[in-house]
Design a protein around this ligand. Structure first.
Ligand code: MN
Length: 490
């Protein structure tokens, strides 16, 4: 059996506090959700604003494979807006708990709610819409009323039913039993819509499916009102990998889709979020990483590639020689004892500053250390920089060149320029060196990132490439420059 996925990132997800998406952003997210393989995209609430209407219209007319759905209340104007926006379907809710009935339709009886629902469904069918009908706050409603409401909805020719746990108070057992009861009573597809107020949204949704739900309402990154909806990535991965229940989701698109939604909604995914959080496939500590490198299954339930992301190995304070050696072996490098000590020192140095060291950082550190020659002609003994608002960036250096100590100062357009100019002056009596190119990359995000500087230096017709890697951009630049000098000055 294949469970159908209704993604509500653009409707319930957009109701996340603080989130507001433009029409263009909604369209781009919808295109991504379509590539992700969701069966139904709930694109918004057509009646709620001009922007919502335009977004649903643009998405409906963009030729996506997925069914495009608008949220609607049991009101004709909501149905008209959805139909005018060219939506394929509506997810229409009627208040079903006492508290929702009395606050949304004051003075209306349950009989009147049923009558209004029937008329709304019939009208939506007349307007050519597919109808998925559900009671809102159904999990707090009298179940006998739900059965009666749904029986009438079926008579009015609703295409599908949905059961909503609007305030997230269901438990897995109730979700399972309720879905069983609904499927026993009704012959149409039944969906489950769950919220995460008690952290049970994924469990409830999975148990709803086990109880017979044919469709689930989920949102990317678990966005949604309050604590959010059931997270698409969690529900899909749990269904497929733990229960062997299929979906139409292209799993390698999960991570890219998560990143796009994170970027546009500006709701940062917590690092420890299952499946898509930064730490979900990141490993730290020596023992873990060395076992992991022998067989990734030791500490990973699934491979990160399945969901379109990569494993990240972090060696902070716990950097062990074994894990660094294992990574180096994988990279095809061998180091001497001295080089190994230097590599470990540099890794620990970053770790001690509270910064994580990724495998990309390690690769850069290893490559930098391995290029350092044993015998140095040029050595940096001291460096100081002055830079600020009213001063010309100025550097003074003390170098040891062929055994002589040379002190020089230089100015420049910036601190790096000043430092390089000072070094150039210091070495001018020893060699005529030209800086051909200078390139800088931050290996990982953040102002505390490891900075990788690659320089090309020229002496006569000989050009060498050298690199420096430090968290300090000036030190990385100077290191790269001096390493280059050591290659050129014989
Ligand atoms: Mn909801």
């Amino acid at each position: 059996m294949t469970v159908r996925i209704l993604d509500t990132t653009l409707r319930d997800g957009e109701q996340t506090p603080g989130v507001s998406l433009s029409v263009e952003q909604k369209l781009m997210i919808a295109e991504t959700l379509d590539k992700l393989g969701v069966d139904i995209i709930e694109a918004g609430t057509a009646i709620s604003s001009r922007g919502e209407f335009e977004a649903i219209k643009a998405i409906s007319e963009s030729g996506l494979k997925a069914e495009i759905c608008s949220f609607a209340r049991i009101k004709f104007e909501d149905i008209d807006a959805a139909a005018d926006a060219n939506a394929d379907s509506i997810f229409m809710v009627a208040p079903s708990s006492d508290i929702h009935i009395s606050s949304k339709f004051p003075g209306k009886s349950k009989e009147e709610i049923i009558e209004m629902s029937v008329q709304a469904i019939e009208y939506a069918k007349e307007r050519g819409l597919l109808v998925e009908f559900g009671g809102e706050d159904a999990s707090r409603a009298d179940f006998n009323f739900i059965l009666k409401l749904y029986r009438n909805a079926i008579s009015a020719k609703t295409d599908r039913l949905a059961f909503t746990d609007t305030v997230g108070v269901f438990t897995p057992k109730k979700a399972y039993e309720t879905m069983r009861a609904l499927r026993e009573n009704f012959d149409v597809s039944v969906a489950f819509h769950g919220h995460d107020d008690f952290g049970l949204a994924t469990s409830n949704t999975v148990y709803a499916v086990r109880g017979g739900a044919n469709e689930v309402h989920v949102a990317m990154n678990g966005l949604g009102e309050r604590a959010g909806n059931a997270a698409l990535e969690e529900v899909v991965m749990a269904l497929e990998f733990l229960y062997d229940i299929k979906t139409n989701i292209n799993k390698e698109m999960i991570y890219p889709a998560s990143k796009l939604v994170e970027k546009f909604t500006r709701v940062k995914v917590p690092p420890n979020k299952p499946v898509v959080g930064e730490n979900a496939f990141t490993h730290e500590s020596g023992i873990h990483t060395s076992a992991l490198l022998k067989d990734t299954k030791t500490y990973e339930p699934i491979s990160p590639e399945i969901i379109g992301r990569k494993r990240s190995i972090v060696l902070g304070k716990h950097a062990g020689r074994a894990s660094v050696e294992a990574i180096m072996k994988e990279m095809g490098y061998r180091a001497t004892k001295d080089q190994m000590r230097e590599i470990l020192n540099r890794i620990k140095d970053i770790g001690d500053r509270g910064k994580r060291v990724t495998d990309a950082d390690i690769r850069t550190i290893v490559e930098t250390v391995l290029q350092i020659k044993r015998e140095k002609k040029v050595e940096l003994k001291d460096l100081s920089i002055v830079s600020g608002v009213h001063v010309m960036p100025t550097a003074s250096v003390k170098l040891k060149i062929n055994g002589d100590e040379v002190v020089e100062a230089g100015v420049g357009l910036g601190p790096v320029d000043a430092a390089i100019n000072a070094i150039k002056k210091a070495i001018q009596d020893y060699a005529d060196i030209e800086l051909v190119s200078y390139h800088v990359d931050a290996i990982t995000g953040g102002t505390d990132a490891l900075v990788d500087v690659v320089v090309q230096l020229k002496k006569g017709d000989r050009i060498v490439t050298a690199r420096g890697a430090r968290t300090d951009i000036i030190m990385a630049s100077v290191e790269a420059f001096i390493e280059g000098l050591n290659m050129l000055i014989v």
